[in-house]
Design a binder for this molecule. Structure first.
Ligand code: BES
Ligand code: MN
Ligand code: ZN
Length: 500
């Protein structure tokens, strides 16, 4: 799908469908909506006055036009209360409207760009939100891995962003470029999570990282078992011990500073399938555990966007990738492991594997002398119990300034996070008789903060841990969200890095 900015009277734009916005309440149709309203002899105003328009955010009213406008149909999409409109409302409205246009068979769709001042958004921000919403709302899972980095068929060939005649096209074009780059990253993350676990293996993730390196000039290191052994990554390797697919430790670096800047490090849990290992999970719903690499996918997606945007920041992505399977070589409860920082870990549950691979990744990050580290992991079912599914990620932080920046990124992107505590008391339940720590308390309470307290022992820098267990997948399409993988975290990470 191609997105083009055009500057011409919207009523004359030739497209299969024309999308214009409308606020709720007694708001008069202005801008592009006003133009279309006049061209249709006041039809939109009349419908609004009668209360026949869906004006809540994302509500779509299709109008079939016989004359007045060049397009055969007009979709009026609600933006809700004009006092409360923000980038999120624009993304949601855009996603719903463009998907509706596709369902009606449109292949060439024009959408009115929002004039300056709406919701306090600049024309560039409004254009970005519009394009992000449209691209993400149209997302379709592309089943072959070769397609995953390509421009697959989304059912719409061309999106025309119709800018007001008096607006600066460059600003709108800039917003489009950001929106496209962002959508590219989120789509990659969604594709990787949606791919079946026999395809999205650690080697596949590594190949995607290598392709990103070629596309954007990143430095890439792919660590195999021997590489991890040489670095003493006994916790990561223990999880990989029973795996059929070979593990990969992915290091991807974008460094415009040529080594001068302390890096921002993104760490993503890359468990390509979590069976639980010897502490095997129940059979019901185990298929959902293909999404246990959603943190790693988000990190790779964010790198794609940052590469496309040519971000000036130095960023390093770490994705420890392995399956958590069980065979005669698999690690077992009671095993004692030594992580790369020398800490020993008594295994209580082989299903508490995420913290083991993250332990070695977070210790590796230490050697990179990071300015700050953010990790994303589908770490605990307990976090889903605490905060709900699709609501918010658990946010743990050892640094208030960094936490504030991550929270600001979460608010701006509506990739919500909610603070949970990092208190040393949570470590009490991990006291071991035979090692420095147990990997699980074996108790049914405080699962999310206990896991975070475990991770903190591998960290000595400003750090935020996001438990995204409830955020990786969803059951329905809504706004710019589609069913299946969400790509959660890509937009948050990009916002954080570009505002760091
Ligand atoms: N990958 C799971 C967590 C998970 C659960 C993600 C549900 C998405 C949805 C993780 O590896 C796990 O199994 N955690 C255990 C930890 C326990 C053994 C301490 C859990 O949450 O039960
Ligand atoms: Mn597990
Ligand atoms: Zn897991």
């Amino acid at each position: 799908m191609q997105t083009t900015v055009v500057q011409q009277p919207i009523a004359r734009v030739e497209a299969d469908a024309l999308i214009v916005h409308h606020f709720s309440g007694a708001h008069r149709a202005g801008g592009a909506t006003g133009d279309v309203d006049r061209a249709l002899g006041g039809l939109i105003t009349e419908l609004a006055e009668r209360g026949d328009l869906a004006t809540d955010v994302g509500g779509v009213t299709p109008l079939f036009t016989r004359a007045g406008v060049a397009a055969p149909r007009v979709l009026v999409v609600g933006l809700g209360d004009p006092q409360r409109v923000d980038a999120e409302a624009v993304r949601r409205a855009s996603g719903e409207a463009v998907r509706k246009a596709r369902d009606l068979g449109a292949r060439r769709v024009a959408i009115g760009a929002l004039g300056s001042g709406i919701g306090g958004l600049t024309p560039s921000e409004a254009a970005r939100a519009t394009v992000e919403g449209a691209r993400l709302g149209l997302y379709r899972y592309r089943a072959t891995p070769a397609e995953a980095l390509g421009d697959g068929d989304r059912g719409i060939d061309e999106l025309l962003l119709v800018a007001p005649e008096n607006d600066r096209v460059e600003a709108v074009g800039d917003g489009v470029r950001w929106g496209e780059a962002t959508a590219d990253g989120v789509e990659l993350a969604r594709d990787l999570v949606n791919l079946p676990p026999n395809v999205a293996t650690p080697t596949h993730l590594a190949e995607v990282a290598e392709q990103l390196a070629r596309d954007h000039g990143f430095a890439v290191t792919i660590g195999d078992r021997a590489w991890a052994e040489a670095r003493g990554m006994g916790a990561f390797l223990a999880v990989a011990q029973g795996a059929g697919h070979e593990p990969r430790f992915i290091v991807l670096e974008h460094d415009p500073s040529r080594g001068k800047e302390a890096p921002l490090v993104l760490v993503g849990k890359g468990v390509t399938f979590d069976s639980g290992g010897v502490s095997i999970k129940g059979r019901a719903g185990m298929e959902a555990m293909k999404s246990d690499m959603a943190g790693g996918a988000a990190v790779l997606g964010a790198m794609r966007t940052l590469g496309r945007l040519r971000s000036p920041r130095r960023v390093i992505a770490l994705v420890p990738a392995t399956e958590n399977m069980l065979d005669a070589h698999a690690y077992r409860p009671a095993d004692v492991l030594t992580a790369s920082n020398g800490l020993t870990i008594e295994v209580i549950s082989t299903d508490a594997e995420g913290r083991l691979l993250l332990a070695d990744a977070l210790a590796y990050a230490q050697q990179l002398k990071p300015k700050a580290v953010v990790d994303l992991a589908t770490l605990t079912g307990a976090c889903v119990v605490a905060l709900g599914r699709g609501t918010a990620a658990g946010r743990f932080a050892n640094d208030d300034a960094l936490a504030a920046r991550v929270d600001a990124a979460a608010a701006a992107t509506h990739e919500r996070v909610w603070p949970l505590p990092l208190w040393p008391e949570y470590l009490d339940d991990l006291e071991s008789d035979v090692a420095d720590m147990k990997n699980s308390s074996g108790k049914p309470h405080g699962g999310a903060p206990v896991a975070a307290a475990f991770l903190q022992r591998f960290v000595d820098y400003p750090w935020v841990h996001l438990d995204i267990a409830g955020m990786a997948m969803r059951d329905d399409a809504r706004g710019y969200h589609t069913k299946g993988a969400t790509g959660f975290g890509v937009r948050l990470l990009v916002h954080w890095v570009t505002h760091a």
